[in-house]
Each structure stands twice: as structure tokens, then as C-alpha cells.
Design a protein around this ligand. Structure first.
Ligand SMILES: [Fe+2]
Ligand SMILES: [Fe+2]
Length: 286
């Protein structure tokens, strides 16, 4: 019996919560009265979170240009936006307690899409690179949750998607059949449960929307186009898949048009994504 989610609220209750200190820090980051000192003190109350922050803070991916040796220094040097994206990255990674191949693949897909979204943000100037990275990382957080919470029931859909025997649309249809909701909807609920900025929930909910009409209804359709295009690039490059999905068009897409990019821009974005993936792959491994 597959667990059709009859009660979305109950499903949301099953979604792992964010660690308390992360919740506190995220809340503080949204409050203009917060100082770097109080942020550092709060983070230091959770030694394992603090040490993971410190570890990743030293990556040039998050903007480090010098050796960072304390959490307070990390906050000071990287700034609040990079800190937010670091914490969300750590918490999302923390979903996978015993990572097997499937977990590694979905994580790789998220990180790859995050890198593509970040490169798209750099090219278009539409949003902060850190925010775009998180939007990309979380676009399929619904699939991550299906794997973590409903592993046995999701395995077969996941494997078929991984092997490219299902199209993205077929995956969505199967998910709705099996669970009553697809990963886009589930993902948006995860993001809301974690009380992250709304923009990430919209990116997760709409990243498969592919008509101008649908996207026109959105508050800020271009941020959605960033996540949607990043997802296509991740598929085309084979991030989290058995092999690159050559069926996926990445240059002449509705999202590229919405973002006002030329073909050469898209090719540069792909190049940056591949370079980041190669350079930072180990830092993001599960
Ligand atoms: Fe998706
Ligand atoms: Fe995806």
C-alpha cells in the first residue's frame, strides 16, 4: 500500500524540523537589530552546528578569501546573506542521516541546481547569488523529503527517474498518483515549515511550471525562472542522474527568454556551473 497523503498537515508534521539553533539564527538574521556578536553567541551554543559553519565558511564558494578561524570571524567576513545560505545548506544536508546512493544523488542534484541558479543570478543580477543558490538547492527538497520520510514507497519512482526512464512530467504524475501530491507541492510545504523566506517556497512550488500563463500569475516570475532553468541545466549536465539527460533543452527555453539571456549567456552559465561543480564537489559531498 502506498501512503497516499490524505492529510497534508500530518505529512508536514513528519517532516524533520530544523535544529533549534538554526531556527534561532534564521530568525535573528531577519531582525535588523541583530548584531554580529549576538549571532556568534547564539551559534556557539550548538557546538556541532558551529563547527560545521566554520568548516564550510572557509570555502571560497561562500566568499572566503582568507583563513577563517572562528565563527564570529566567519559572520563578520562573510556577511549575513552568506551565513543564511550556509545554515540552510547545513540543515538540508542534515536531513540525510544515513546517506545511501539515492540520497547522494538527490543531494548532488540539489547542489548542482544551486550552482546553476547561482551562476544565473550572477549573469542576470536578478537576485543575490547566495539566495539563488539556496533556491536551487531547495527546488527539489520535496523529493529529498519523500526519500527521507517515505523511502520504501518512493524508491521505485526515484530509481526510474534516476535512470532517465521517466520524464520529469511522468515523475510528477506518478508522485501525485502515489502520494496525492507531487514533490513541488511537498517542497513548498517543507520550506514553509522551516519558516524560510517565501521566495524559496515559490521556487520549489513552481519550478516545473512551463507556460507563460502560469508563470505570469506569479509575484516575481523571474525568480521562478531561475530555479526552473537551473533544474533543466542540472538535468542536462546529469547532476544526480545516471547520465546527462540529452532530451532536455536548455538554450531555447521559456525561462531563458523570461530572463532575457542570449545563447552565449546560457553557455557561460553552464560553463560556470561545471567549473563550480568540479571545484567544490568535495566540500558539498554528503
Ligand atoms: Fe523537480
Ligand atoms: Fe530537479
Amino acid at each position: 500500500m502506498s501512503p497516499v497523503i490524505e492529510n497534508m498537515d500530518r505529512m508536514v508534521r513528519d517532516i524533520p524540523a530544523m535544529p533549534v539553533v538554526a531556527q534561532k539564527v534564521m530568525h535573528m538574521l531577519g531582525d535588523p537589530r541583530t548584531t554580529n556578536i549576538t549571532l556568534g553567541e547564539t551559534l556557539a551554543t550548538d557546538i556541532s552546528m558551529a563547527s560545521r559553519v566554520l568548516q564550510m565558511a572557509n570555502s571560497p564558494f561562500f566568499g572566503a578569501r582568507q583563513k577563517i578561524s572562528s565563527v564570529s570571524q566567519a559572520i563578520f567576513i562573510l556577511g549575513h546573506s552568506a551565513l543564511r545560505s550556509l545554515i540552510i545548506t547545513i540543515c538540508t544536508k542534515g536531513l540525510f542521516k544515513k546517506p545511501g546512493l539515492m540520497e547522494q544523488k538527490i543531494w548532488e542534484h540539489g547542489v548542482g541546481a544551486g550552482m546553476a541558479a547561482r551562476a544565473l543570478a550572477g549573469k542576470t543580477g536578478l537576485m543575490e547569488k547566495d539566495d539563488a543558490f539556496i533556491g536551487g538547492l531547495l527546488h527539489d527538497v520535496g523529493r529529498m523529503i519523500l526519500l527521507v520520510v517515505y523511502r520504501n514507497d518512493y524508491q521505485s519512482i526515484f530509481e526510474r527517474a534516476y535512470n532517465d526512464t521517466l520524464t520529469m512530467e511522468e515523475v510528477n504524475v506518478l508522485e501525485r498518483q502515489e502520494f496525492g501530491y507531487d514533490h513541488s507541492e511537498i517542497g513548498a510545504r517543507v520550506v514553509s515549515k522551516w519558516r524560510l523566506p517565501n521566495v524559496y517556497a515559490r521556487m520549489a512550488r513552481r519550478h516545473h511550471a512551463d507556460s507563460a500563463d502560469l508563470l505570469g500569475l506569479e509575484e516575481n516570475p523571474k525568480t521562478i525562472a531561475v530555479a526552473a532553468q537551473a533544474n533543466l541545466i542540472a538535468h542536462r549536465l546529469g547532476f544526480g542522474l545516471h547520465e546527462p539527460d540529452r532530451r532536455v533543452e536548455v538554450v531555447s527555453t521559456i525561462y531563458v527568454e523570461m530572463l532575457g539571456l542570449a545563447k552565449s549567456d546560457v553557455l557561460e552559465v553552464i560553463e560556470t556551473t561545471l567549473k563550480d561543480h568540479k571545484e567544490f564537489r568535495d566540500e558539498f559531498s554528503l
